[in-house]
Design a protein around this ligand. Structure first.
Ligand SMILES: C[S@@+](CC[C@H](N)C(=O)[O-])C[C@H]1O[C@@H](n2cnc3c(N)ncnc32)[C@H](O)[C@@H]1O
Length: 267
């Protein structure tokens, strides 16, 4: 009974806010759902479903709880420093254009971090770049497009960088327009392969702190999709707590295990 009610709730959530509970790890997904159920004093899935049907504000709160948008500029600074110093220079050499995909980009901090890095690299190397950030959460994407950030987002940004790349407006740091130039944001669910493939192929995919929420089966599927989305010898970067699963270990070779940097294997 409980399972049937749970399934009805999951189907409704998928239909109304586009978050498909079936691809996420079951327990954490349920746990987050129950956070909202407790907050609204609903004990049964069916009661919470009834509430969602008539309360749009609760639907928004649930979306916030399920998507977990936590992010910041230069998150785990050492990974971005390593990419800037060791990975990108030889990778860029000889290429006219680099295409980058940030999957689960949330409110844009990861994308603009890469924009800062690639802008700096264009001062040393002659190439063009394009960064595409995607997320299932349309509100997060709207914020990303605006590009205004509070203190918390900048805790790993150096003071000198704050002066160069941001304009302070009240309590916000606004990213400079020049850093938005080659940047595009789109609302896309990574489970929608056909839409993903319309973006074309990429040289570099960064997908950090997103896959931890997905079931092992879906993680395996998405690694295969990333393989197809990358050009030969393309690079994949994962979050610090994420690892390759199943047959994906045969698709990518680690370049740096600690920083979770992988190379697409091409024979
Ligand atoms: C914790 S944030 C990670 C942000 C950033 N990558 C970072 O590491 O700082 C996870 C993001 O993944 C997004 N996400 C969750 N499921 C998704 C899906 N099916 N497709 C696309 N994005 C998804 C969430 O909306 C959220 O913004």
């Amino acid at each position: 009974m409980d399972e049937i009610e749970y399934k009805m709730l999951v189907d409704y959530i998928s239909k109304m806010i586009g978050i498909d509970g079936n691809i996420y790890k079951d327990r954490p997904f349920k746990r987050r759902l129950m956070v909202r159920m407790r907050a609204t004093q609903k004990n049964r899935f069916i009661e919470y479903l009834e509430l969602l049907k008539k309360d749009n504000e609760e639907l928004d709160k649930l979306k916030e709880t399920l998507t977990i948008n936590v992010t910041r500029f230069f998150r785990n600074r050492e990974t971005f420093d390593y990419l800037y110093e060791q990975i990108f220079p030889p990778f860029i050499r000889g290429k006219e254009k680099i295409k980058i995909l940030s999957v689960g980009c949330s409110t844009g901090e990861e994308v603009y971090t890469l924009s800062i890095i690639f802008k700096k690299l264009t001062e040393r190397y002659n190439f063009k770049y394009e960064i595409v950030g995607i997320d299932v959460d349309d509100d997060a994407i709207k914020k990303a497009e605006i590009g205004m950030f509070k203190d918390y987002s900048l805790i790993e940004v150096k003071e000198k960088e704050k002066d160069i790349y941001f304009k302070k407006i009240g309590e916000y740091y606004s990213i400079l327009p020049s850093l938005k130039e080659n940047v595009f944001f789109k609302v896309i669910d990574i489970k929608d392969e056909t839409i993903l493939f319309t973006l074309g192929k990429f040289d570099f995919i960064i997908c950090r702190n997103v896959l931890i929420y997905f079931s092992k089966m879906f993680q395996n599927k998405i690694f295969n999709t990333f393989y197809e989305l990358l050009f030969p010898n393309g690079i994949l970067v994962l979050g610090k707590v994420e690892i390759l699963t199943g047959n994906s270990k045969n698709l990518f070779k680690p370049l740096n295990v600690k920083e979770r940097v992988f190379l697409r294997i091409d024979n």
